[in-house]
Design a protein around this ligand. Sequence first.
Ligand code: FES
Length: 276
Amino acid sequence: MTEILKVEQLSEQIFRVRLDAPRIAKKRKAGQFVIIRVNADGERVPLTIANANASEGWIELIVQAVGPSTKELSLKKEGDSIADLAGPLGMPTEVGKVGRVLCIGGGVGVAPLYPIAAAFAEAGNEVISIIGARSQDILILEEEMKAISKELHVATDDGSSGFKGFVTDIFQKLIADGQHFDEAVVVGPPIMMKFTSKMTVAAGIKTVASLNPIMVDGTGMCGGCRVMVDGEAKFACVDGPEFDAAKVDWDGLLNRLSGYKKIAEAHHQCRVGLDE
Ligand code: FES
C-alpha cells in the first residue's frame, strides 16, 4: 500500500497526485515512470514521475481521469492509499550540457516534459519552452514550466491563453526571429509529436520525442507501445520512452494507434495521446 499525500485538481479531468514514495523519490531520474495499481485487482497504469522531492520522500504524478482506475484515483483524498506502486522504470533522459534546449509540450504531455526540462535547466542549459493545449482550462504546469525556462511561450487552439494557434506556429516564429537551438525535446499526442518533430528535425535540431503517451500497461508485454525506430521494432516502456524523433516511423505508429484505440476503449484503457 502506498499512501496518498495530496490530490489537487489542475483542470476538469487532470489531477496531480502526491504519493509517499521515499525510495523512488531518491532513485528516480528525469524521463522515468512508475506503474501504479489503484486496487489489487485493477489495471496497471504507467505514469511519468512529474516531480519528486528526495528529502521529503514524495513523488508526484499527473493523472488524466479517463479510465476506471484513473477516475478512481482522482477521487481519492489525502490519507487514502493505492494498492501498489513500482518504479522507477524506463530509461532516464540523457541530460548533457548542450546549450540552448527547446522543450515543446502538448496537452497532458507537458507533465512528462516538465521533469525533463527541469533536468536540462539544472544541468546548466538555457531552456526555451513552448506549451500548448486546446484551451486554457486544459493547459497544465504553466507556472512550473515558467520557473525553469528562460522563455515560456504558450499556444492554445482557441486563443484563450497565449498565442492563438499551435506550438508549431510559435516554433516557426522563433526560427524566423533567428533563434537557434542545440537540442529539442517533444512530448504530446503522437500527431503533435509527428508534425512538431518534422519541423525541428528539418531545422537541423537534434530532437528527442518521449513516447510516454502511447504506453498502456508499461510492462513490455501488452505490445501497446510498439514502434518502429530506424527500422527496428522497439517498445516505448522498455527501450524508451525517449527516442530520436528523426528515426521514429510516425505514420506507422499513428496507423497502428488508430486501430488500437478502438481495442483500448473497449478495454477501458483509453489513455492520453491515443485519442488526439
Ligand atoms: S506499454 Fe505495454 S508493452 Fe509497453
